[in-house]
Ligand binder design. Structure first.
Ligand SMILES: Cc1cc2nc3c(=O)[nH]c(=O)nc-3n(C[C@H](O)[C@H](O)[C@H](O)COP(=O)(O)OP(=O)(O)OC[C@H]3O[C@@H](n4cnc5c(N)ncnc54)[C@H](O)[C@@H]3O)c2cc1C
Length: 394
């Protein structure tokens, strides 16, 4: 258990590699990519390919599949470090980290042997998960008894899928997708939808619009469109009509890494606030010498430390569920970290005065990024309702 309070030597080494990757690959590109008005052009394959060369892209794959076999706590640390340089880059990789973990748990042996070695070798291999639809957002989190609109009909040897998903992170960039599809229209998402593995080049599957976003721009979000798309039985992940089991396996890491992404932005905001408070002189002394500002910087520190402790505990227990896991740990850490980051964003802006609102100091990018996880991975209010459901379930 002491692991969640310390950083061990292996973790220190990998975090050092990530810090160098941030300096060499991410920071020099981030501002220009973020400023591109075309959302699809904000993405960088160079960054992904370099992450591949360093072993980061596949770090959650077991060594037998060509990865580093990193645990969830170490991965959460890496995601936070990545996000201190750019949140979009952290999300591109965090999606891949957590879906690779789910694939290893939920794929049968044939699926693992068919997919994982190729994914490990491909320098551009990225992963995505498609649940949200224009008509279905929060309902999937709250077990509302409605079906997905993206639905499949049985055919010989598989399923024919029609419909669309939207807002999907890595949607236009992934090599492989896990997609939740209604396979029994008479039932709800919870007991009538299945998880399908979809390869990028599958006939009948196309990428729709790439969404233009206010922040987190170095990650792309896109629509997934299915038009009479044949999915063979071999691509059903887990049991038919039980996509909810896959979602349950995915949620612990998803929530922890989402929290870690937004926490990295909070750290970057706090660094900027401290730097500014030491540079800027008003009222005859540096801002850092004014009590109101000093107290605010300490409160930022408290919010960051508390959020990190919550995320680390959840990430560690996700891998050791027998010693104290409870379902709220897959729901609340991201909500806490995103609220903390949003508060810190407002304070950082305030400490910068008008200079924060001007683009040149880079604060406004961080403010836009900090907003992403108020909604992504579940709107916070929805997550509080979901946690209450978990707390009071009998
Ligand atoms: C940057 C980003 C990345 C994303 N990436 C992915 C992805 O990779 N894969 C994927 O599948 N999805 C993804 N999403 C979608 C995300 O999961 C949904 O946006 C989210 O679940 C909310 O759904 P919605 O946007 O339809 O909002 P709605 O469900 O329409 O919610 C709107 C508001 O109503 C509230 N509300 C909803 N239901 C209730 C209720 N029963 N009681 C009280 N209040 C309620 C919500 O809390 C919210 O405030 C992403 C979204 C974003 C912004």
């Amino acid at each position: 258990m002491e692991q969640i309070f310390t950083v061990n030597e292996d973790q220190r080494a990998i975090l050092k590699t990530v810090a160098r990757f941030n300096e060499d690959e991410v920071k020099p590109r981030a501002a220009a990519l973020d400023a591109n008005p075309d959302p699809a052009q904000c993405f960088s394959w160079e960054i992904v390919e370099r992450a591949h060369q360093l072993g980061l892209r596949t770090m959650t794959l077991a060594e037998k599949w060509g990865g580093l076999g990193a645990d969830s706590l170490t991965t959460a640390m890496v995601v936070e470090e990545l996000a201190t340089a750019d949140m979009g880059v952290s999300v591109v990789l965090a999606q891949t980290f957590k879906i690779a973990q789910v694939m290893q748990k939920a794929f049968n042996q044939e699926q693992q042997a068919r997919v994982l070695p190729g994914f490990a070798r491909d320098p551009r291999g990225l992963l995505a998960i498609g649940m949200s639809e224009p008509g279905n957002g929060s309902d999937k989190h709250l077990n509302i008894p409605v079906p997905f609109r993206t639905a499949a009909d049985r055919t010989r040897g598989g399923w024919i899928v029609n419909g669309a998903k939207h807002f999907i992170s890595n949607g236009n960039r992934a090599s492989h997708y896990l997609v939740m599809v209604q396979t029994d229209r008479t039932r709800t998402m919870a007991n009538g939808s299945s998880c399908f593995l979809v390869e990028r080049d599958r006939p009948g599957f196309t990428i729709g619009r790439v969404h233009d976003k206010m922040g987190e721009r170095l990650a792309n979000n896109a629509e997934l469109v299915f038009q009479d798309c044949f999915i063979p039985d071999q691509n059903v992940v887990g049991e038919v009509d039980r996509a909810s089991n896959i979602f349950a396996q995915f949620s612990p890491q998803s929530n922890a890494y989402a929290g870690a992404s937004v926490l990295g932005v909070a750290v970057a905001l706090q660094r900027k606030a401290i730097e500014r408070a030491h540079l800027r002189v008003q009222g005859g002394k540096r801002l850092a010498e004014h009590d109101g500002i000093r107290a605010q910087l300490a409160e930022m520190r408290m919010l960051i430390d508390a959020s990190r402790a919550y995320i680390h505990r959840a990430a560690w227990l996700a891998d050791h569920p027998d010693v104290g896991w409870d379902k709220t740990l897959a729901i609340l850490p991201k909500a806490m970290a995103s609220q903390a980051a949003w508060q810190i964003a407002a304070w950082c802006l305030e400490i910068h005065g008008g200079h924060g609102y001007m683009k040149e100091l880079g604060v406004e990018k961080l403010v836009r990024d900090a907003a992403a996880f108020l909604h992504s991975d579940g709107v916070n209010r929805t997550l509080f309702l979901k946690a209450a459901n978990a707390m009071f379930a009998n």
